[in-house]
Design a protein around this ligand. Sequence first.
Ligand SMILES: NC(=O)c1ccc[n+]([C@@H]2O[C@H](COP(=O)([O-])OP(=O)(O)OC[C@H]3O[C@@H](n4cnc5c(N)ncnc54)[C@H](OP(=O)(O)O)[C@@H]3O)[C@@H](O)[C@H]2O)c1
Length: 330
Amino acid sequence: MIRIAIFGFGAVGRGVAKVLMDRRRMEKLIGEYRVVAVADSKGSIVSECVNLKEVLEIKEKKGRLPKGMSVEEIIDEVEFDVALELTPTNIDTGEPGLTHIKKCLKKGSHVVTSNKGPLVVAYKELSKMAEKSGVKLMFEATVGGAMPVIKLIKRDLAGNKILSIKGILNGTCNYILSKMEKEKLPYRVILSEAKELGIAEANESYDVEGIDSAAKLVILANSLMDMDVKFEDVEVRGITNITPEAFEIALEKGYTIRLIAEVDGSTLRVSPKLIPLSNPLCIHGTLNAILIKTDLAKEVFVIGRGAGSTETASAVISDLIEIYSCEVSR
Ligand SMILES: NC(=O)c1ccc[n+]([C@@H]2O[C@H](COP(=O)([O-])OP(=O)(O)OC[C@H]3O[C@@H](n4cnc5c(N)ncnc54)[C@H](OP(=O)(O)O)[C@@H]3O)[C@@H](O)[C@H]2O)c1
């Protein structure tokens, strides 16, 4: 019986909970399980078998879970086999996720996370801790949302040397740029439209200044290319200075402009780039895409949805299945 703890009950946490409610679908894949704890920033519910339907209703009605143990207290006092760490990203400190993940790994629990912060700040340290404890640290959801990247490269391209990774890793920027391309309107106009549609955050700087893409690039470089880099090692330029005129000139020559994150084994860069209109990276809307170059398989291209509650839940659930599917088939 797998005991699951869910830390963070926002868009992703609730998306994951809804999939876990579908026992017929999940038990075929991971065997029997129960959720033993769910926590948000203000409270928690801890029980032998948490009723997820009830917890979702409470969260929806009251906006918060009832007062209870903090995540740290749950890790200290409650027995669970795997933690789903789904709290907000902070790429400067990695907190609160960094402390949560370290405590779980020390305790000997597997961790599945969608939180970029802890991995950007301390990937090597965390992966060593997981190895030492004989548990798994899984993080598919941190890069590209539903788009399979991490397990695709680690598992399906195993044996390949990854020569370079080049991609569009931020759906908000891609939405703004592809709208500028189509409507020839200034950046600011499209940005406010994106905010109205809920595609851009009220504070958009994390996305449009390239910070989010750079954080994801650090995770890819450290986890898939055996590099040991920090956020500061990425050369970052965002999209705030791109004009409709730049698009006009680019389009006349058969190009468009996209925010590209790239790593080739030595340099890491996030910057707006000219992309031929015929190139697969010329994608539109909030999609993400990634072009992987390897020595054996050569080029592999993936495209998919980089964010959203169910989309990100897809990646979290696939990590959970990756941990437990061997045990089911044994
Ligand atoms: N949403 C996406 O499409 C997406 C895609 C890829 C990756 N991610 C990443 O996945 C993570 C979760 O995203 P989200 O969209 O679900 O964020 P969210 O809606 O802001 O939810 C975050 C949740 O974490 C809780 N939380 C905050 N501090 C906590 C603490 N100290 N202890 C326990 N819980 C705490 C919040 O509590 P309250 O409910 O009380 O505020 C909330 O329930 C983030 O790191 C994000 O970057 C998100």
